[in-house]
Every structure is written in structure tokens, then in C-alpha cells.
Write a protein that binds this ligand. Sequence first.
Ligand SMILES: *[C@@H]1O[C@H](CO)[C@@H](O)[C@H](O)[C@H]1NC(C)=O
Ligand SMILES: *[C@@H]1O[C@H](CO)[C@@H](O)[C@H](O)[C@H]1NC(C)=O
Ligand SMILES: *[C@@H]1O[C@H](CO)[C@@H](O)[C@H](O)[C@H]1NC(C)=O
Ligand SMILES: *[C@@H]1O[C@H](CO)[C@@H](O)[C@H](O)[C@H]1NC(C)=O
Ligand SMILES: *[C@@H]1O[C@H](CO)[C@@H](O)[C@H](O)[C@H]1NC(C)=O
Ligand SMILES: *[C@@H]1O[C@H](CO)[C@@H](O)[C@H](O)[C@H]1NC(C)=O
Length: 300
Amino acid sequence: MKGSHFARTRRRSSEATVMLCPLLGACLWAAVLGYKPVVVVHGLFDSSEDFINLKRFINQSHPGTNVTVIDLFDRSSSLQPMWKQVEGFKAAIYPIMQNAADGVNLICYSQGGLVCRGILSTLSDHNVHSFISLSAPQAGQYGDTDYFKVFPQFVKSNLYHFCYTGVGQLISICNYWNDPHHRDLYLNNSEYLALLNSERPNPNSTEWKKNFLKIQKLVLIGGPDDGVITPWQSSQFGFYDDNETVVEMQHQDLYLKDVFGLKTLVARGDLIFCSVPGVEHVWWHSNETVFHTCIEKWLL
Ligand SMILES: *[C@@H]1O[C@H](CO)[C@@H](O)[C@H](O)[C@H]1NC(C)=O
Ligand SMILES: *[C@@H]1O[C@H](CO)[C@@H](O)[C@H](O)[C@H]1NC(C)=O
Ligand SMILES: *[C@@H]1O[C@H](CO)[C@@H](O)[C@H](O)[C@H]1NC(C)=O
Ligand SMILES: *[C@@H]1O[C@H](CO)[C@@H](O)[C@H](O)[C@H]1NC(C)=O
Ligand SMILES: *[C@@H]1O[C@H](CO)[C@@H](O)[C@H](O)[C@H]1NC(C)=O
Ligand SMILES: *[C@@H]1O[C@H](CO)[C@@H](O)[C@H](O)[C@H]1NC(C)=O
């Protein structure tokens, strides 16, 4: 049943493609093979409506692509704990994967980039081809920005008092709050990022690394004018040392020890950095230059 449904939907989208662009080789190729479905996971305080432009860009460059923006944990629900979001998004994405014989591509924006990393680490039979991380705080967050006004009584220097507690860990932001001046508290209390990075003892780290490394490409997109992700290099696994000097990924322990596979990906030639200046945080998914420079070619 599943197989025949799949063949039918593929044929339908292929016919549409041929009608749209009968003269273009790329489109004919798409008609024969089909582009992989794209799944989009949104970030903090967003919802699926924020991705209309991205859907348009994909439809224009790769007509016929089936794009699904997962409509879960919208707006203030996006403050729910990260593991809960991982389970929710995973349940929604898994059937899409099962319907996609050639695999899917994932575009995960902002906090969604960390949700996706949780899914990829804990789902042993995922078939994600490109994991596109769009300005996501992959190495954590340490900065006061508009997004963090949910905690009006705190600033970055004292938010650890709240975040590194049992109650704090019920809020998504605290799950990846990474205070470089309170490393011990982070290691002891972060129930998400420290575990995902195996910075905290994780009995499943070997398994998680194996799962994560099933991706074919990791594309890390970010830029210096982001204004929300702090430091912006966190989008590419750079982070502050205890002097708040940014240490690039290549000098981070989690890279050097290949804790979850970053070094393996580099050795395989499958880790791509794409840095773009002049883009504020809320524009990453709607900026056509970003799409053409950093995303388009990884959606095959
Ligand atoms: C894709 O583009 C075509 C041609 O511009 C348009 O007719 C179609 O409605 C678009 N599909 C989506 C899902 O945006
Ligand atoms: C697009 O993908 C979704 C999720 O797998 C599926 O329900 C839907 O039927 C697909 N649409 C088309 C036109 O193939
Ligand atoms: C972290 O946990 C260990 C073991 O439970 C404890 O000895 C240590 O004091 C904790 N450190 C902090 C900063 O809470
Ligand atoms: C490790 O995996 C097991 C089995 O999948 C699971 O029950 C357990 O919660 C995982 N441990 C952690 C720390 O996530
Ligand atoms: C931090 O800064 C101090 C004073 O500038 C310096 O002595 C120290 O070596 C620095 N530490 C690191 C880890 O760079
Ligand atoms: C889109 O990105 C380009 C840089 O590639 C930048 O110059 C431009 O200002 C951006 N536009 C918006 C609306 O962010």
C-alpha cells in the first residue's frame, strides 16, 4: 500500500514538473528522479507560516519538491523542553522519511537546528541526506537578545542561577544555555546540549554518533550580523572560552575528540561552512541570496 501510494504521488509531481519547465535539463532530471522531499523545522517563537519565502525559493529552483514545514511547538510552545520537542518532531518526520525511498533533506532554523541534531542522534534508521543548519546555536547560547526577554529579571551574567536548575531545564533556552563562566554548572545541569555533545557522561554516545554520521552532508550557515545567536560562531560550532574569546570549531574539544562525528565529517569532506554577512537573525530563511549561496545546491 505504502509503496504504491509513493509511486503515485511521485508520478503526479513529476508530470507537474515536466509541464512547468519542459526545456530545462535540470527539470527533466527532476522529472525522472524526483528531488528529495524537504522537511523544515522552525525555531524559537516561529511557526510554519514563517517559511513561505523559503518554500517559494525551493519551488522555483527545484520544481516539484515536496516541502513540509512541521507545524508543531509553534510560538510560545517552542519554549517547551528540547527533548520533548525532539520526540514530537521526530514522530511527525518519521513517516515522511519512510515515504521517501531516496531519503529526505532537512532544513532546521535557529533552535530547530538543535532539535534536528537531537533527532539525528537518536533515530537509528533516519535517511537524512543533507542536514542544513540555518543559524542555529549548535554550540550553545550566551547573550542577551530580544529573544531572551522572556526572562526580564535576568541578564546573561546571572541567568545561570535560573537555567542551571531543575525548573530552568524545563525551558528550551536553558537546555542549551552555555555560560562560559559556569562550566561546571553547565556540565552538571544541562540536560540537553551537554548530553548531545557527550560533555556529560552519556551511555549512548557511541550509538548517537553512529546515528548522526548517517547524514551525507552537514551544512552550517551563519553570519556576523545575526544579532541573536551569540556568539554568532555558535552556528558553526565555535564558542566562547572563559575570557569570552571565541574559539573556532577546529580548536574545540568536541571537535578534537570527535565526540559526535564533526571531525569524521570534515575528513569525509562532508562538512560545509557557509558564512554570509549582512543577514539579521529573522531573515535567514527569507533571504534569496542566502538560499542561492548556501542552501540550493544541497537540496538534490
Ligand atoms: C510552484 O511554482 C509554480 C509556477 O510558478 C506555481 O504554479 C505553483 O503554485 C508553485 N507551487 C507551490 C507549492 O508554491
Ligand atoms: C508530500 O509529503 C507529505 C508527507 O510525506 C505527503 O503527505 C503528501 O502526500 C506529499 N505530497 C505530494 C504532492 O506528494
Ligand atoms: C557537579 O556535580 C558533582 C558530582 O555530583 C559535584 O561534586 C560538584 O560539586 C558539582 N559541581 C557544581 C558546580 O555544582
Ligand atoms: C540511552 O538509550 C536508552 C535506550 O534507547 C534510553 O532508554 C536511555 O534513556 C538513553 N539514555 C540517555 C541518557 O538518553
Ligand atoms: C584570559 O585573559 C587573561 C588576562 O588577559 C589571560 O591571562 C589568560 O591567559 C586568558 N585565558 C585564556 C583561556 O585565554
Ligand atoms: C540578504 O543577504 C545579503 C547578503 O548576502 C544582504 O546584503 C542583504 O541585506 C540581505 N537582505 C535581507 C533582507 O536580510
